[in-house]
Design a protein around this ligand. Structure first.
Ligand code: NAD
Length: 257
């Protein structure tokens, strides 16, 4: 087991990448603090982990709120005696996020406050806990859109994910000598609720698939495996990276027919 005796806090754990990661981390021996605003799904996940013999607790926190983030870290330390792994993964994609002209300030602000400020707040309160544990691993979920421009714009989302990459890089440098590693995970387009509710016709799906060399969307479980690598000591010399798991999108100029 690769996360034996480790405590991992995962935001956005009620669905998609966060849920798959919580299940995998628990199977690898971690004590999991599952954080979300969807309490019903979060509590169901915790029940599932416990029924499989794992250790988990659910904590409600809106990651855009300072006190909620302070509280979730407190839950981890109080329940499990410390924090070793912080997966700042929760994020939103707003349906009215388009180009700079059409996107409202409200959409911009709500997207940035969850996707970017939420990661900052997770680190603000999480880093002191990792220090108290003698070090640890932070993983921040960005996206391939932080690396490539798209002709179907979502300016607030894209800018928020670019911010996550820059924040990750700087934190990695600042905290390297404290035995705290900080990496970003850049998923490609996934078959999760978040994206599929936008790509709700075959035509919209095909417009994206043509850019993916592997010819398919990724699975949340494939992101969980990448997160496991970044969380575990297998990646002990990996920090400050943009860990891209995208089916080859960012490598491709033209994809095979
Ligand atoms: P998802 O919608 O399945 O899960 C996101 C979870 O975050 C949900 O459970 C939701 O309740 C929670 N959440 C939303 N706002 C929150 C808040 N303010 N506080 C706490 N929790 C909140 O999405 P997913 O696909 O698993 O996405 C996870 C991360 O991966 C996000 O940061 C997303 O931007 C990123 N990502 C997703 C894709 C994709 O194609 N799905 C691609 C690249 C990056």
């Amino acid at each position: 087991m690769r996360l034996q005796e480790k405590t991992a806090l995962i935001t956005g754990a009620s669905s998609g990448i966060g849920k798959e990661t919580a299940l995998l981390f628990a199977k690898e021996g971690a004590r999991v603090v599952a954080v979300d605003i969807n309490d019903e799904a979060g509590n169901q996940l915790v029940e599932l982990i416990r029924s499989q013999g794992g250790k988990a607790i659910y904590a409600h926190a809106d990651i855009s709120q300072s006190e909620d983030c302070r509280g979730m870290i407190h839950v981890a330390e109080k329940t499990f005696g410390g924090l070793d792994i912080l997966f700042n993964n929760a994020g939103i994609m707003h349906s009215e996020d388009t180009d700079a002209v059409k996107t409202s300030e409200e959409v911009w602000e709500s997207t940035l406050s969850i996707n970017l400020k939420g990661v900052f707040l997770g680190c603000k309160f999480g880093i002191p806990a990792l220090r108290r544990a003698g070090g640890g691993s932070i993983i921040n979920t960005a996206s391939f859109v932080a690396l490539l421009g798209a002709a179907t714009p979502q300016v607030a989302y894209t800018a928020s994910k670019g911010g996550v990459l820059a924040l990750t890089r700087e934190l990695a440098v600042v905290h390297a000598r404290e035995n705290i590693r900080v990496n970003a995970l850049c998923p490609g387009p996934l078959k999760t609720e978040m994206l599929m509710k936008f790509l709700n016709t075959e035509e919209k799906k095909q417009r994206r698939l043509v850019h993916i060399p592997t010819g398919r969307f990724g699975e949340a479980s494939e992101m969980a495996k990448a997160a496991l690598f970044l969380a575990s000591d297998d990646s002990s010399y990996v920090t400050g990276t943009e860990f891209t798991v995208d089916g080859g999108i960012t490598a491709a100029y033209v994809t095979p027919e």
